[in-house]
Each structure stands twice: as C-alpha cells, then as structure tokens.
Design a binder for this molecule. Structure first.
Ligand code: ADP
Length: 606
C-alpha cells in the first residue's frame, strides 16, 4: 500500500509484510493519515549525524570488539550499529534509533546499536553480554511509546533491545478461558486480526491508537476504553529475563505444568502464591518481559454516545454527576470528558485552518468554529459507552440521560445523530475493542508535530479537579499552548491527560514544552497531585515528587534495583530509578537543578 505526495511514493508496510504494519482494513485510512501529516512537514526527512553515541565509560575500540562478540553469538544481521542518519518517520513507520518526538536535540537520545533477539534464550544471551561489558541495554517491544520517549533510551549510547521484530507471535488464544499469551512484538492490530481470523467471539482492549505493543503498553500501565481498559489489571502471568540474565515466570507460571507443559492455570489466576511480584515489573527497570498473558473480553452488545454541555463552569457538576454513576458501575467503561477545542483538533485540520494569530486560540474563536461543528457552541463533550444486552443498555442509558439532563442545555447524541466523519464513530470502534488510527489527526495541529502528555491523577472531586484545571490553564496561557485536556473519569480518580502539541523543529516551541511540563509537574505536586506516567526526561522530577517520608519509595526502589541489577545495566533512569553505578553522578534531571536540557543536553556535566 502506498500514497503519492509531491511525486514521492510513500509505502506503508502492511501487517502481513511486517509485524509493526497496518492491517489491510485500515490501508486507505493510513495512507490518508500519512498524507495529512506529511503535508504539515516543513523539514527534510533526516539531517547528517553529528556523531555516534557510545555507552558511558566505553571507548570506541572496546565497544567495537564487544559488538563483534555479540554478532558472533546472535548473528551479525541481528545487531545494527546506529551510525546512520536519523529519520523521525511517523507513527506507522517509527524509528528504533531515537525518540521520534524529540524533546531535546534529535541527536541527544540515541542508542549506540539496536539488537534483535529472536527468543527468550537470545535475550538472556544479550543481557549476559551487557553485564560482561557493563553496557546498558534498553528493551522495547514496539517502540511506539511516542510522547513518553518513543524507543529512545534515557542513557545515550545504550543498546536498544528491539524485541518486537523477531518475537512477534500470538503464542496462544484460549477461546474457552477467554485469554491469550503474547510476545512483545504483537500489536493491538495483530491480536485483533488474529482473533478475527479464528472467528472467536472475543474482544481485545486497545488504546486510542492500535499500533502499540499489547505487552509494552501493559507494562507501562497504559489504558483503553472497554470494561477491560486497565491493561495491567487484566494481564495474567509473565515471563521475565532478570538483569543478571536469569529467567522467571510469575503467577501460576512459577509452577511447572505436567510433563514439562506450561501450567494450565497460568492465564487463569493472577497472584498465585506468595508476594505478588508482577507489579514491580511495570513502569520499572527490573526485568525484560518476554511473554505476557491477558484476559480477553467476551463480545457483547454495546452503545456509544456523546453528551455536550454548554458552559465552561458546568465542569464541576459534570464531575459530580459522573462520580456516583461510576462508583455504582452504571457507566460501562472509563468515559472521556474533553474540552470542545478537541472537537476541532480531531477533524485533522491544522490550527491555521481555524486561527492564524499568535499564541493560544482565543475562546471566542473556538466558540465561533464550534458553532459550525456537529457539537455546536458548547464547552465540554463527554464520550461514553454502555455494554450488555439491549434491555440492560437501554435502562442504563435512561438513568445516565436523566442525570446529565440536570445540567441546563446538555444534549445527548447517538452515533446515528452524527455525520459519518465525526469522531464519535471512531469512539464506537475503540470502545468495542477495534483498533484504529483516528487519534493521529491531532498531530496535524502544528507543523512537524510531536506531543508530550502531562498526566496527573486527580480524585473524582470537582474541587480538586478545578485546582489542577486552573494550574494547567494558567500555564498554557503563559507558555502559549492550546489547552487539550482529556479526563478519563472513574469512580474515585480521573486520569487527567493534557496533550501538549509542539513543533519538534522549533527550538522555541521545545523550550516552552519542557518549561510548561516542569512547571505543571511542580505546581501539581505542591497541591499533592502526581502523574501516573511521564516522558523519560521528566521521570526524575516525577519520581522526586513521590517523596513522602524522605523519599522512602525511591530508596526502596533503589535497594531493589541494586539487589537485582548489580551492574546497573537495565534501562538506567527509567521511571527515575538509577542503579548505583549512575546514581548521584549528575544524570538525574531534578526540579531544583535549573538545568536547561535543550542547551546542555541530558548527560552529566563534567
Ligand atoms: P508501545 O510501542 O507499546 O507503546 P514500547 O514497546 O515502546 O511500547 O514500550 C513502552 C516502554 O516500556 C518502553 O520504552 C520500555 O521502557 C518498556 N518496555 C517495553 N517492552 C518491554 C519489555 N518487553 N520488557 C521490559 N520493558 C519494556
């Protein structure tokens, strides 16, 4: 499949050609998304390299000899030195050499080489090699963690272990148990297609975009939108290569099955016996996950809907109405509450289509354009989905409508009320486990767009939500960014996702993007609100904000790290956890250090 723009053919690998490719059913959509993105591009595909990053404390000759040794043990074609030009690509053709959505200089967060292990045993071989040469390794599954660091290591010169390319099998789908077990390179697209091929009445749960790794997303504690939306909570069993190269299985996987088979309950019961260790392998650098089990949802009837609210300050009442509905589990999934400006952004049209002035798009301009959209001149838009049989759905919707109707001027819509291109139709798919690409359209907002997420967890309480909304609104104004808040509202907390979209080739925009991130993290922490996930470069600051009792949690994490990763070789710095070899040596990017990472880079200053 390919698109032609400016006379250049843009091939997009399909899922049958490549593990990270696009399924045939989305071929046209992918081509259109790519064309739209490329039409916003003002820079060449690549620029000449300034140099080749080496791992810390390793000279070129030693490095070259180590690489030759690795090639001899896992095959020369499975080891690629990263000395080529860097190409950012786009979502479906992302690089494994650096952070495609660079926050600092493109050249700064690069690996020295990419390695493609083909089995758990080869992962063990690479880890033992890394220990021998004290070369840090950074495992990725798909490498599409865009907005959080992509495929880049935190320590430049680390060796990226790209697990996805050769370990991409759906190892089992158990239709009876409604579960599966997958390798790192299985994307949501692939798992979905596999289930369709086998004609099983099962759903997957996918995030807004379907190209990520099922396993990688879960261990980074990503979320989706069906009732199985908490990906880590719906995993069951892991296989992990530890930082010393040894192998572990968790849950009932720790008990051998009969005659050497896998344990028959590995994908049935999560905690099994003794301490529940799975959690320490999520958002950490304690192990390399090579297999992971997941529960799949039996398919069901479903109904997506949208509710709009006219006033900015309806916000408080919306949150208070959602809370009991969610606590009583009347709401079928984790619904999203978005500001109306997002209705403009998800059309895929650039900001300049709506507004050509400097800085933030004024509220009045948003209002004028929203009035022309299907949602009308409103302030907040709620997207929800109900599940079950028709009668159940109807009775739940009746209750939900009655609650929201208490807010003057609110309006309720079903998909058939909206034109075919409206975003609600893409929600119907995502909320019923069909992975799509629609969310990419945000990235047309500015040229050469990249994004960062500021993602604090707030209580589902209007008063607290307002405190943080005020902080982010004030700082967005100060830094000149349009404010795109999405609140994923559960009964007791809200994942509050603020999407900062910036031009990654505009140094001023990058400076503002890092400035606003650091200030939002600081100000939210001062109010007692912390992030659930962040970009690699803000990991130290976020980890630092979890500082209760003199940083007791950090110290515990470090004790664990040092105990299992003697040479600090595994993903140093990930989630703000540094092994003893790196700790306190200038790698940490902390709040008070006044460090300008764009000017000075991310390595320690000598
Ligand atoms: P996705 O493409 O699904 O968004 P990635 O493969 O980029 O996700 O994974 C997200 C992050 O999780 C990576 O940057 C890496 O730090 C970590 N990670 C991914 N896969 C593994 C794995 N198999 N073992 C350990 N850590 C991993």
């Amino acid at each position: 499949m390919s698109s032609i723009i400016n006379g250049i053919t843009n091939a997009i690998p399909s899922l049958t050609q490549k593990y990270s490719g696009v399924p045939e059913r989305l071929a046209k959509e992918a081509i259109a998304a790519k064309d739209r993105l490329l039409s916003q591009k003002t820079v060449p595909d690549s620029v000449p390299r300034k140099g080749h990053s080496l791992p810390p404390d390793v000279d070129q000759a030693t490095y070259d000899a180590a690489i030759e040794e690795l090639k001899a043990s896992i095959g020369a074609s499975n080891v690629e030195v990263n000395d080529k030009t860097l190409v950012d690509g786009w979502y479906m053709e992302h690089p494994n050499t650096h952070d495609a959505y660079h926050v600092v200089d493109q050249e700064e967060m690069t690996c020295s080489a990419v390695v493609y292990p083909g089995s758990t045993e080869e992962v063990q071989t690479v880890v033992k090699w890394a220990n021998k040469h004290t070369i840090p390794v950074y495992p990725i599954s798909m490498g599409r963690n865009l907005g959080y660091g992509g495929s880049a290591p935190r320590v430049p010169g680390s060796v990226v272990l790209d697990l996805g390319r050769r370990m991409d099998q759906v190892l089992n789908i158990d239709g009876d148990n409604a579960s599966c077990i997958v390798e790192p390179g299985v994307s949501y697209f692939k798992l979905y297609e596999e289930i369709q091929k086998r004609n099983l009445p099962l759903w997957i749960d996918c995030p807004d975009l379907g190209g990520g790794s099922v396993l990688g997303n879960a261990i980074d504690r990503g979320v989706g939108y069906t009732p199985y939306g908490d990906h880590f909570a719906n995993h069951c069993g892991m296989e992990i290569v530890l930082p010393d190269g040894s192998l572990l299985r968790t849950g009932l996987g720790a008990m051998p099955g009969k005659d050497g088979a896998d344990n028959p309950c590995w994908q049935s019961f999560q905690a099994a016996y003794g301490p529940y260790v799975d959690g320490i392998f999520s958002q950490s650098n304690y192990g390399i996950v090579t297999k992971m089990g997941f529960w799949l949802m039996p398919e069901t009837d479903h109904q997506s809907y949208m509710v709009t609210f006219p006033q900015e300050d309806d916000f408080e009442r919306i949150v208070e109405i959602i809370k009991p509905l969610a606590q009583k589990r009347i709401l079928g999934n984790i619904p999203q509450l978005r500001h109306v400006i997002q209705e403009l952004a998800v059309t895929g049209k650039p900001k300049t289509h709506w507004y050509d002035g400097p800085g933030q798009m004024p509220r009045e301009v948003i209002r004028q354009h929203a009035a022309q959209q299907p949602c009308g001149d409103v302030s907040w838009v709620f997207y929800g989905t109900q599940y079950g049989d028709r009668a159940g759905i109807e009775s739940q919707l009746k209750l939900i409508r009655a609650e929201f109707e208490k807010i003057d001027g609110s309006r309720f819509y079903l998909p058939q009320d909206m034109p075919p291109e409206h975003y609600l139709h893409s929600r119907v798919q995502v909320c019923s486990g069909v992975p799509v690409l629609r969310e990419l359209d945000w990235l047309n907002w500015v040229p050469n767009a990249a994004h960062l997420f500021f993602s604090p967890i707030l209580p589902t309480k209007a008063k607290d939500a307002r405190v943080v909304l005020d902080i982010v609104s004030r700082l967005h104004k100060k830094y000149g960014f349009d404010l795109f808040p999405t609140l994923c509202v559960a009964g007791r907390e809200m994942h509050t996702i603020v999407n900062i979209v910036y031009d990654r080739y505009d140094p001023d925009a990058k400076q503002r993007a890092t400035g606003i991130m650091r200030e939002m993290i600081r100000e939210a922490a001062a109010e007692g609100f912390g992030e659930y996930r962040t970009h690699l470069l803000f990991a130290d600051q976020v980890a630092e904000s979890y500082g209760w009792n003199n940083g007791a949690l950090r110290k515990f994490n470090e004790t664990l790290k040092d105990a299992i990763d003697e040479n600090s070789i595994l993903s140093p710095g990930r989630n703000g956890i540094w092994g003893k070899r790196f700790r306190g040596k200038g790698w940490e990017i902390l709040d008070g250090d006044k460090r300008d990472i764009l000017r000075d880079g991310i390595r320690p200053k000598l």
